[in-house]
Each structure stands twice: as structure tokens, then as C-alpha cells.
Ligand binder design. Structure first.
Ligand SMILES: [Zn+2]
Length: 79
């Protein structure tokens, strides 16, 4: 699984890159406070965060993430 760094809101969680199981939309979700963002740039500010907007999430593959051409550093982590 992959993340873009530490959550700026709770300062504990990882900003995980996750994918909605049904729609395949890839977004950012903190694994501690569960704040979510559509865009990684917003997560790093942070601005425009939401909670509970998306349904069940799964982890996308690195190739799926790379297809988005996000202009942020991407780190790998293991639970
Ligand atoms: Zn957080």
C-alpha cells in the first residue's frame, strides 16, 4: 500500500492512497482520523477535506496510482 506522507490534521496518521471499491475512484484517506481528500495537493495543505463521503475502500496498485500523474511523493508502507 502507498501513502503521500503524514496527516496534517491529526499529525499521526498516514495519508493513504485508497480506492473506492465500487466506483474505482482513487483518493486520499488518513488511516487515523479518516479525513479524506479528492486531491493529494489538498491533503497536504490541508484544505477541502471530508469525512464519510466515500464507501468501502480498497488499496489500488502502484500502476493505477501512477496513471493519475499526481505531482507528489509516493511512499510505500506495510500494516
Ligand atoms: Zn489524520
Amino acid at each position: 500500500m502507498y501513502n503521500i506522507g503524514l496527516c496534517k490534521i491529526c499529525k499521526q496518521g498516514l495519508l493513504e492512497i485508497v480506492k473506492n471499491e465500487k466506483t474505482n475512484k482513487i483518493y486520499i484517506c488518513c488511516d487515523e482520523c479518516e479525513a479524506e481528500w479528492d486531491l493529494p495537493s489538498d491533503a497536504l495543505c490541508p484544505q477541502n477535506g471530508t469525512r464519510g463521503k466515500y464507501g468501502k475502500s480498497i488499496y489500488p496498485s502502484l500502476s493505477e496510482i501512477n496513471r493519475l500523474n499526481w505531482d507528489v511523493d509516493i511512499f510505500e508502507h506495510h500494516n
